[in-house]
Design a protein. Structure first.
Length: 368
């Protein structure tokens, strides 16, 4: 009887316990749901912030070009103000320089670079002569092409550059090898390129030989003396050419009355010609101070005279080419002087004449 009562009591109390547990689970579920809703609201708010920041960055990117344009305008205005300030502080004589001033400024740059390359080493001398030959040959072919000629500039310029290199490594024999290769290349070009005329072949050959081979004499002279002495002698040679040109220009422009070659170069005068020869002879006297040279004062004066005449002849030859092709200047690379060919016209002929005089009379030993 007591067991039945216990069972009934247990059965009656069981539903109460289950109901209590269900209430606890419901509360926990409600709490979880509220937490989930809160997390969802936070995530939604975070997404809204992210979207807003992205829109702000897009707006900044859209306005960036306008800001950059404004910055460029400010920089341009600032540069213009600096230019105006510099212009106000610059004297009028420097704003509008005369032809002589432009010529002197360009000449100073040209002389400085030449001295630097010659004195630095034998390799820099080679580079200087190579570049000079290439530019002068290019200007020569440009003038002739404008005169309805069809020279092969590629072969000509390459050959003009190869002449100094061959003289540097192979001596006098190298010049012969380059000449033979040049003849073969131009012959093949003439045979297989039908528009080429025999006159075009001659011009192509002449330009490379006239510029490249004659300038190679500078390399032969440089390599004939050890150490820096070859470079110093080249400086004396250059100095003689520069003095010849400078005195001929200055004296001729001030006192020139008698034209030297009016149909070829109207500005040259006999007064300037003789003044340049005197300057060239005086410059060649400096060779007496250079060792490894068997030369006396009489030879120095004579060689200075001959090289001065050769320089004027080279100048007239280049003027004849320009007049025949209708050019005033061979180029515009040197303000006040024209092209590099205009500046080196005397050097081209003087170099080979000086080499013949020095090697032919035993003053120097020819590198073979």
């Amino acid at each position: 009887m007591s067991e039945e009562v216990l069972d009934e009591q247990a059965g009656a109390s069981a539903p109460d316990l289950t109901h209590g547990l269900s209430d606890e689970h419901a509360a926990e579920a409600n709490a979880d749901a509220q937490a989930g809703n809160q997390d969802g609201e936070e995530a939604s708010a975070h997404d809204d912030v992210a979207k807003q920041s992205r829109s702000e960055r897009a707006a900044e990117r859209m306005s960036a070009p306008y800001d950059g344009e404004a910055a460029r305008e400010r920089r341009t205005a600032r540069k213009q103000r600096m230019k105006d300030f510099a212009s106000r502080k610059t004297p009028d004589k420097f704003k509008n320089p005369s032809g002589l001033q432009v010529r002197l400024r360009t000449g100073v740059v040209y002389v400085s670079l030449s001295v630097l390359f010659i004195v630095a080493s034998r390799w820099t001398t080679l580079i200087l002569v190579m570049l000079t030959a290439a530019v002068c040959a290019g200007e020569f072919y440009y003038m002739l092409r404008s005169d309805a000629k069809l020279p092969n500039e590629t072969i000509g310029v390459i050959a003009a550059m190869c002449y100094p290199v061959s003289a540097f490594f192979l001596g006098l024999h190298g010049l012969m090898y380059v000449t033979v290769a040049l003849m073969i290349a131009l012959t093949v070009w003439y045979v297989f390129w039908l528009p080429a005329r025999i006159a075009d072949v001659g011009i192509s050959l002449f330009g490379a030989v006239y510029v490249g081979m004659q300038l190679s004499a500078l390399i032969l002279i440089r390599e004939s003396m050890p150490g820096v002495w070859g470079g110093l002698f080249l400086l004396v040679l250059f100095f003689g050419i520069w003095m010849n040109d400078a005195f001929a220009y200055l004296v001729g422009s001030k006192f020139g009355r008698h034209k030297l070659a009016p149909k070829i170069s109207p500005k040259k005068s006999w007064e300037g010609f003789f003044a340049g020869l005197v300057a060239s002879m005086a410059a060649w006297c400096l060779t007496l101070l250079i060792p490894h040279m068997d030369i006396n004062i009489y030879q120095a004066l004579l060689y200075g005279l001959i090289c001065g005449i050769a320089g004027v002849f080279g100048d007239l030859c280049e003027s004849r080419i320009k007049r025949g092709t209708g050019f005033k200047d061979s180029g515009t690379i040197m303000p006040g002087h024209g092209g590099l060919f205009d500046r080196c016209d005397s050097l081209i002929t003087t170099a080979v004449v000086a080499a013949v005089l020095l090697f032919g009379t035993g003053c120097l030993t020819l590198p073979l």
